[in-house]
Design a protein around this ligand. Structure first.
Ligand code: 5GP
Length: 186
């Protein structure tokens, strides 16, 4: 049977990856969005098993020891990781799989699965990113600063990705991403 394609979407926090991806995936039942595990605390409105599997540090580290992750990374003091089994199941069933992960994880997937398609979502400018992060109001100023520092480092990896999509205008960026997904489906 034809195997699905693994897509990795990466971009600094606040770039709007989540918004773009939920738009892209609306009404597309051939794509499975991988739910990551994390040790960070749920934000208001987040539910275990929906946005993330929220794990304790001990549980996360046990899963690392069991080699249960396709990739995992520490990002601003917390662990984040993709559980490998559900990803393989979907790919084997011919379904495409989308990971929305940070850059260290993306590089690990690139090593392990050279056929994965890597897409970097970039903000139109650094100033706009800072504005969006503050505007979101979900993080303290200290956490915002850490995310901005991380973003500066992450931006340096953009040229290692197969595609760079600038989120300058949501409709345009969504169309561009749909075009990328369509390339492998013909
Ligand atoms: P947030 O705390 O804003 O939900 O996520 C912080 C960062 O972690 C984002 O860049 C997000 O894409 C990334 N992330 C989410 N899940 C995973 C994962 O499973 N693995 C890795 N490496 N990064 C992840």
């Amino acid at each position: 049977m034809h195997k699905g394609t693994l897509y990795v979407f990466t971009g600094p926090s606040g770039t709007g990856k989540g918004t773009l991806l939920s738009r892209v995936m609306e009404g597309d039942d051939k794509v499975f969005y991988s739910i990551s595990a994390t040790t960070r605390a749920p934000r208001p409105g987040e539910t275990d098993g929906v946005q993330y599997y929220f794990l304790s540090k001990a549980d996360f580290e046990q899963k690392i020891a069991q080699d249960a992750f396709l990739e995992h990374a520490k990002y601003v003091d917390n662990y984040y990781g993709t559980l490998e089994a559900p990803v393989n199941e979907k790919l084997d069933a011919g379904c495409d799989v989308v990971l929305e992960i940070e850059v260290q994880g993306a590089m690990q997937v690139h090593e392990k699965r050279p056929d994965a398609v890597l897409v970097f979502i970039a903000p139109p400018s650094f100033e706009e990113l800072a504005q969006r992060l503050r505007g979101r109001g979900t993080e303290s100023e200290e956490k915002v600063q850490k995310r901005l520092e991380t973003a500066r480092r992450e931006m340096q990896y953009a040229d290692r990705f197969d595609y760079v999509v600038v989120n300058d205008e949501v409709d345009r960026a969504v169309d561009e991403i749909r075009g990328i997904l369509a390339l492998r489906r013909t």
